[in-house]
Ligand binder design. Structure first.
Ligand SMILES: Nc1ncnc2c1ncn2[C@@H]1O[C@H](COP(=O)(O)OP(=O)(O)O)[C@@H](O)[C@H]1O
Ligand SMILES: [Mg+2]
Length: 243
């Protein structure tokens, strides 16, 4: 079976007059359905790397393969289709649309492109949204405006939105960066459950040591290079890893 992720000698340079080399030759492989974190100081290149994995940007040199596809060879349109089909994103800030309900925030990506709005969303998609909201423990606020719910609930809804397309790979950039300890732990637990029950590969960029230490593999980025790549022996006793 193809690797889930193969990153080969990737560099990324920003700017033309003044150049910043954000990545200086990064390589690693993710085989199978892993649950890993990327750590490193601010400015080390973590978000740059995650954006390349998410097809939100292209490397200057080197290649990225996802699920056996060399994504550098895809056209802009094909990249968007690949993203919609295989990838999910969770960011530090939830980016929910405040003027819509929680349920609508999950359905909007489906009805964009259709002319009938919410009414045009297929029944099975609506059912999936209900199931996901229940799974994440926010089913009871489905009708509330996304503005009315708590910060922790908002991030869970953002996770739900990322799950709507059943992504193979979920990319998270500081997903707990804006949450208190309790909600951070809850997000971690949900990620674990999603990984276990849905088989989603997780790549989590985080400053939060408590989170990183509970992932199965930790990749440390320093000055645009991988400085450490270790399998983590930590077992949290909550059924996260069965090794
Ligand atoms: N769009 C951009 N244009 C120019 N420089 C950027 C851009 N994005 C990031 N950088 C620079 O690239 C380096 C790595 O940034 P980033 O990947 O955001 O680091 P991290 O997520 O680890 O904090 C930093 O020096 C940052 O200033
Ligand atoms: Mg960052």
């Amino acid at each position: 079976m193809a690797d889930t992720i193969t990153v080969s000698n990737v560099t990324k340079e920003y700017g033309t007059a003044v150049k910043t080399k954000a990545l200086r030759g990064v390589s690693f492989r993710v085989a199978g359905k892993e649950f890993l974190s990327i750590i490193g100081q601010s400015g080390s290149g973590k978000s740059t790397l995650l954006n390349l994995l998410g097809l939100l940007d292209r490397p200057t040199e080197g290649s990225v393969s996802l699920l056996g596809t060399d994504v550098g060879a895809l056209s802009k349109k094909e990249r968007a289709a690949f993203r919609n089909r295989h990838l999910g994103f969770v960011f530090q800030f939830h980016h929910l649309l405040p003027e819509f309900s929680v349920r609508e925030n999950l359905l909007i990506p489906t009805w964009i492109g259709g002319s009938k709005g919410a009414a045009g969303v297929p029944a099975e998609t609506r059912k999936r949204a209900e199931e996901i909201l229940d799974f994440l423990g926010v089913g009871q606020v489905a009708d509330k405006s996304a503005e009315q719910i708590s910060g922790g609930q908002k991030q869970r809804v953002a996770i739900g939105r990322a799950l709507m397309n059943s992504p193979d790979i979920l990319l998270a950039d500081e997903p707990t960066g804006n949450l208190d300890t309790e909600n951070s732990a809850l997000v971690y637990d949900l990620f674990r459950r999603i990984h276990r029950e849905m088989g989603t590969t997780f790549v989590i960029v985080t400053h939060d040591r408590a989170i990183a230490q509970q992932t199965d593999r930790i990749i440390e980025v320093r000055d645009g290079l991988v400085s450490q790549d270790v399998q983590n022996e930590y077992l949290d006793g909550r059924g996260g890893s069965s090794k």
